[in-house]
Design a protein around this ligand. Sequence first.
Ligand SMILES: *Cc1c(COP(=O)(O)O)cnc(C)c1O
Length: 348
Amino acid sequence: MKFELERITRNYISTLTPYSSARDEFSGTASIFLDANENPYGSVTSEKYNRYPDPYQQDLKVKIGEIKKISPTQIFLGNGSDEAIDLLFRIFCEPHQDNIIITPPTYGMYRVSAETNCTEIREAPLSPENFQLRPDEILKEVDKNTKIIFLCSPNNPTGNSLQTLDIQKIIENFSGIVIVDEAYIDFSASPTWISELKNYPNLVVLQTFSKAWGLAGLRLGMAFASEAIIQLLNKIKLPYNISQIVQETVLENLSEFKKQTMVNQVLKERKSLHSKLENLDFVQKIYESDANFLLIKVDEAQKIYDQLVTQQIIVRNRSKVILCEDCLRITVGTETENQVLVETLRNF
Ligand SMILES: *Cc1c(COP(=O)(O)O)cnc(C)c1O
């Protein structure tokens, strides 16, 4: 399938003159900066934050590029990967005209972003047997206004990784954008699609610092794509979308060792939680997970959810979601948290 970025990009983008910030117009070294209406005396905080941050987060992208083995020019950083999702809608989806395809049960933000961008949502559900893609069903939904197909692997809320050949078939047979959301990739043994970007100009890979890196509160998400797509994202993003404090904190703490140590703990706990939940008689099924959560099918999910709430334990009730009837999604907690959860469930 021939992919032409210009053809699928909304018309307004090419004529748009992006906001030009003080930092865009002068980025060399100087000693007196009187160009951005900043406070020359410093900040009310003890740390100084009176200067606007780097709008393109160059230092951080160089470091992330080394870790992810990709050029900094193929990286976009957003206020969570949710920002990248929203910007991709604004680049490709003409409101009230274009459509996207999602594969429920899946991450809820694709739908919310589609709705806020007035974009029709087409659904091609995962297979009920194993939550895998049905590529032919997905491709059947495609028409000339289909701009994006969202794939989430490992998938939220089911936890499984999607099969490589299915993803490949969709990327190769669709002339719009395929987004592979890898928010949970660090917990999985599957390889990332980042290394395939050189083969597929229509591929966008999303990752995040919110899960394995333990930085959900900082808000930092990554999109990896062709340089051309990254340029479009840069063109329409807000000028200073990543704060100074986030850029500095993440740059100073990009320790893969520390992340991996936590991931290993989560994986160990996932296994242990899995075997403990199996012994409860109201648990019908525990789905295999490549992520940091378990989806479990129980007798009367709502009742169990409500009872857990009374014990101040909150899990995610997914029982209203297609193919997830009577399912709860449980994030793997610390050893102690999981023990309390299991004890509480045993007492029901
Ligand atoms: C948690 C999650 C994200 C991350 O969103 P952020 O905005 O980066 O915190 C993205 N995709 C999926 C599927 C998720 O579950």
